[in-house]
Structures are given as C-alpha cells and as structure tokens.
Design a protein around this ligand. Structure first.
Ligand SMILES: NC(=O)c1ccc[n+]([C@@H]2O[C@H](COP(=O)([O-])OP(=O)(O)OC[C@H]3O[C@@H](n4cnc5c(N)ncnc54)[C@H](O)[C@@H]3O)[C@@H](O)[C@H]2O)c1
Length: 323
C-alpha cells in the first residue's frame, strides 16, 4: 500500500481514568482504530494505562497506543472526552458542575487551537450540559460535537426488556430519551420486539400478568441502574466503555447508525437551547441527522420536562466567554 495515501484512524481519549481506559481497552479489542492516544492531566496515570494496554498489543488486533499530547488533536478522527473532576468534600453539585464545565471549555479551546478536524464526543457528566457547553464554546457545526447521551441507558433498557420478556436482546429495539439522568424517559411508542410494537408483542408474550406495572418497574430500574452499580463498586465503567465503542464504530465506519446521542437542538421536538438524548443518524460527520419521531403527548411532555431540568442547569452556570 502507498504509505502516503494511508491515514491511520486515530482516536484520542482525554481522561484516562476508569471510563477512558475501559473504553480504550474495548476499542483496542474491536479493531476499529489504528491509533488510540491517551491524554490525562495526571501524566503518570496516562503512562501507566498506556504501558498496561501496550502489553496486550501482541493479542489485540493491530493498534498503536501512545500517550497523546494536545498536538494529537490536529489529525484525530475522533476525540472522546471523559475528563472530569470528582466532588470535593462539602462541594455543591453546582460548584462541581461549574468546575467541570471550565475543564471542558479549556479542553475545547485547545482542540480548536490545534485546528482539529475531529468529531468530539463528550462523556463527562452531566454529559448533556457539558455537550451543550462544548458545542457552544467551539462554535463548530452542532453535528461535530455530540454527547454519549442515553446510548448507555437505551442499552440498559433493552437488556431489562429482553430479560423480562425472555427474548434475545438483539430482537429488542428500544430507546431512552432526554437527560442522561433522573429526568430521562422511556419512549414506549418507539419500542419494538421481534419487529412488533411492544403492546402487540405483549399479547403473545406470556411472561407477566400485569404489563402496566412491569412497564413502570422497568423504566424505573433503567433510571436507577447506575445508582445500584455505584453503591456496589463506586462507579460504572464497563457498559459505558462498550456504548462508546458502539458510537465510535458509527463514526469511524460511517455507519449511519441510529443512536440516542446527546444533540444540541435547534427546534427539533419543539426544543432549543439545550442538548439531550434523541435518536440521531450517526456517521463520519458526527450527527448526520436528528430523527424527529412522533412521540405520544405524554412522552413529549416528559421530554419537555427533561429539557427544562437541563436548561435550568445551563442557566445556573456562570462561564467566561471565549478566551
Ligand atoms: N455519559 C455516561 O454515560 C457516563 C457513564 C459513566 C461515567 N461517566 C462520566 O465520565 C467521567 C469520567 O469518569 P471516571 O470514572 O473515568 O472518572 P476518573 O476520575 O476515574 O477519571 C477522570 C480522569 O480525568 C482526568 N482529568 C481531569 N481533568 C483533566 C483535564 N483537564 N485534562 C485531562 N484529564 C483530566 C483525571 O486526572 C482522571 O484521571 C465522569 O464525569 C463520569 O461521571 C459518564
């Protein structure tokens, strides 16, 4: 192959903690990327993760895993931001948000300074607010800056539905919309099992006596699943690492996959001034298109409430303008 024509598919992960390193591990196994750079404010952590992963290179599909520098933003295809600060003792959620928003703004400034042509994927929480902050800070077209949104929540939803109905999860299509957090909603009108709308499948399912009650319980369980994992082991990292690999595949392979990433809305679903999880076609351009599904009035009201929660957080932020 002519080496001058060959361009490595390069992913830079900013934040090499639990989520960033697990994503790097899953991505390396997938064979989707030729280079996975890890960058962390804690240089020794980044080096340690790089060495640990590098020792798997004889076993992974071919992939180069170096410590990344800011200059690597320039020719990256995809930059995934998992960097964040943990809550300090006595610190309010708003003060933490303020600090993390500043971290994201600084990272975006550096990405823009490097004249990067990458797609930027936000993961750090609260992911919807930080996606909005990052997109506004960059001034880039909104499709190029997206958040992991409710992709993980939708995977949890599909898993719980599959378990409940005793059907292979790959035969379940279902989406969680809105905030990646407490105000998210299950889009029941978009839920299909074996190609049938869920209510139709329910008539032949034979797995429960009270579907209305099960529906409520499943939607609540999705919402609370992260809390349970955090109670048991402090944080979550495996499933989110896989969800990020799924989004990376859609971008690096130009798949036009339907994923509920966090998208900055400009009138879609009657909403604007906010970023939240809605079904999008995801391709090499990032968000190729936001898909406007016809929600039921109850679902639309729940989405409006979720947007209001996020807008309130954005309004509370006191951020410096472009520096
Ligand atoms: N969106 C989702 O679905 C989802 C799921 C799980 C976790 N998360 C979020 O992902 C984030 C990371 O979680 P984690 O468990 O990996 O945390 P972690 O503390 O293990 O890792 C965060 C890393 O970011 C680094 N960092 C901080 N500031 C930086 C900067 N300016 N530049 C580069 N690196 C910097 C830290 O040194 C640390 O290593 C958190 O905000 C968490 O809430 C999101």
């Amino acid at each position: 192959m002519n080496s001058e024509l060959w361009k490595p598919r390069k992913v830079v992960i900013v934040g090499a903690g639990a989520v960033g390193s697990t994503f790097a591990y899953a991505l390396a196994q997938s064979g989707l990327a030729d280079e996975i750079g890890l960058l962390d404010a804690n240089h020794e952590l980044a080096l340690g993760q790089v060495l640990d992963l590098a020792h798997g290179q004889a076993i992974f599909p071919p992939v180069h895993i170096p410590e990344a520098q800011a200059a690597d933003f320039a020719d990256a295809h995809l930059i995934v931001i998992t960097a964040g600060s943990k809550q300090r003792p006595g610190e309010s959620r708003l003060a933490l948000l303020q600090r993390n928003a500043k971290i994201i703004q600084d990272i975006m400034d550096e990405i823009v300074r490097q004249n990067s042509s990458a797609i930027v994927l936000l993961v750090s929480n609260p992911v919807d607010v930080l996606t909005y902050v990052a997109q506004k800070r960059s001034g880039w077209p909104r499709g190029r800056v997206l958040g992991s949104g409710t992709v993980l929540d939708s995977a949890r939803f599909r898993h719980l539905l599959a378990q409940h109905c005793d059907v292979d999860v790959h035969n379940v299509h279902a989406y969680i919309l809105g905030e990646h957090g407490d105000s998210e909603l299950a889009a029941w009108s978009m839920t299909h099992m074996a190609g049938m709308p869920i209510e139709q499948y329910c008539a032949i399912c034979e797995q429960c006596d009270d579907w209305a009650k099960s529906r409520r319980e499943i939607a609540e369980a999705v919402k609370h699943s992260a809390y349970h994992i955090i109670d048991y082991k402090g944080a979550t990292w495996f499933a989110v690492g896989l969800a990020l690999t799924r989004i990376a595949a859609a971008i690096l392979r130009n798949q036009n996959s339907v994923l509920t990433v966090s998208a900055v809305l400009e009138g879609e679903y009657g909403l604007s001034g906010v970023s939240l999880g809605v079904p999008c076609l995801v391709s090499q351009k990032g968000i190729e298109r936001i898909l406007e599904a016809k929600l039921t009035p109850d679902e639309q009201s729940a989405l409006n409430r979720s947007a209001a929660v996020l807008r309130e957080m954005i309004t509370q932020l006191d951020l410096p303008g472009p520096g």
